[in-house]
Design a protein around this ligand. Sequence first.
Ligand SMILES: O=P(O)(O)OC[C@H]1O[C@H](OP(=O)(O)OP(=O)(O)O)[C@H](O)[C@@H]1O
Ligand SMILES: NC(=O)CC[C@H](N)C(=O)O
Ligand SMILES: [Mg+2]
Length: 514
Amino acid sequence: MCGIVGLVAKTPVNQMLYDGLLVLQHRGQDAAGIVTAEGPMFHMHKGQGLVRDVFRTRNMRSLLGNVGIGHVRYPTAGSASSLAESQPFYVNSPFGLVLAHNGNLTNDKQLKDEMYRTDLRHINTNSDSEALLNVLAHELSKRTNGPRLTAEIVFDAITAVHQRVRGAYAVVALVAGFGLIAFRDPHGIRPLSLGVHDTPEGPEYIVASESVALDTLGFKLMRDVAPGEALYISFEGELSSRQCHSNAKLAPCIFEHVYFARSDSVIDGISVHEARLNMGTQLADKVKAMVPALDIDVVIPIPDTSRDSALEMANELKIPYREGFIKNRYIGRTFIMPGQASRKKSVRQKLNPIAVEFRGKNVLLVDDSIVRGTTSKEIVQMVRDCGAKKVYLASAAPPVKFPHVYGIDMPTRAELIATGRTAEQIAEEIGADAVIYQELDALITACRDASQGLITEFETSCFDGNYITGDITDEYLDALEAKRLSPLSAKFKEGDPDTRVLDMNIGVAEQNLI
Ligand SMILES: O=P(O)(O)OC[C@H]1O[C@H](OP(=O)(O)OP(=O)(O)O)[C@H](O)[C@@H]1O
Ligand SMILES: NC(=O)CC[C@H](N)C(=O)O
Ligand SMILES: [Mg+2]
């Protein structure tokens, strides 16, 4: 799950983009990049690592211009830890384009083939996002005749992009000398919000994965980009929009609400915090039915993401809520780390128990989700080592049983702890006395209620195997898993800790690879 941000402002945007990426860091920790536009010229700096490691003062100084886009990457296609696959991507024709993408395409293989055979465009990496940029470039090229770009041309090109591309995509892109483009796939699987800030010189606009970026930068949330919709904001600050898909219907990814998004964001009108509180209420009902309430002495969240649900569960169950783990704030999110070895090591580096909260008690631990079981296995053992009597584990999400193909890195069924196991077997596997999972209907109700009933459909494939784009076959999943299990990709998946960077002043002869 990557984070994207785009800005059309009246003053230099480099610092705002940096700050925007910092608050989206939870969406991707592998690489970060910014491109700004100054007249017809792009300035790019991108590299591997966290935002604070990739950008130094000297890099920031070279990111000139009042318009720009940024990206934090959590790889879901190609190889992890590849500098070449960090974003934004650039192509020089037509006009000069850069693009940042959150999501995952499900037909990138076919697109790359079309690029080679009919569009005659070169794709230099295994990234699906580079293919997406080239489809956009090709469709824009077909509709332009001379150095002129209009909103109509942009919208016609994106209509064609929707015809060719399948999967999940929330996108920001810049066209050199002209404007910023933003669009969202016809199901709105990945989030994208639009904000405005009025200045005496006219409105400034921001487009970002989560509203938290708007809040931090002082922008007002106007609305979310609609599924299938495209926005075009000229560098002068004129905003136009058009629905570019005849059959668009919102079905956002429910896992944003379970885990990915920050609780202080509002996505498609849903307060993520409220959705998580509702998940806690729903789950409490199930816990009441399964474990006699008096059998639990204390409810303890596994930080960070489960806190909202755990608190509400404790309220519902009328059992004390306590913080039982101290989180090392310098360690990132473990689930989105590439490589199982680094994930496992990081759980213990990241979370340390406060023994007194566990000793002699029956504890209900709460997590937002159990995916590979890496976190829960380590945590349950730690809690037992502290002298807990009984350890129950509740998950605010149902068992994750199917690969996610829309931008979350959980592609092999063999890696998922719930594959082929009952809740009892999972409890045994992770060493807990019982594991209590949310029902899928209850999770959907939690999110639907937080939307005041407005959103009725969610993308829930990792729980029920129903893929909203309708193009995921068993053969597709088998091929995905085979690719992931191949020795070459396994090697890449373990991650390469180097933090190389790539700088470019596109539009002049100089292109430096440092
Ligand atoms: O079963 P697993 O494969 O371990 O994955 C699930 C865990 O990973 C995530 O935590 P993470 O540390 O990524 O982030 P958080 O601090 O936001 O909870 C999630 O919140 C669960 O705790
Ligand atoms: N998580 C994402 O949104 C990933 C974007 C893109 N598929 C990549 O791998 O770089
Ligand atoms: Mg967690």
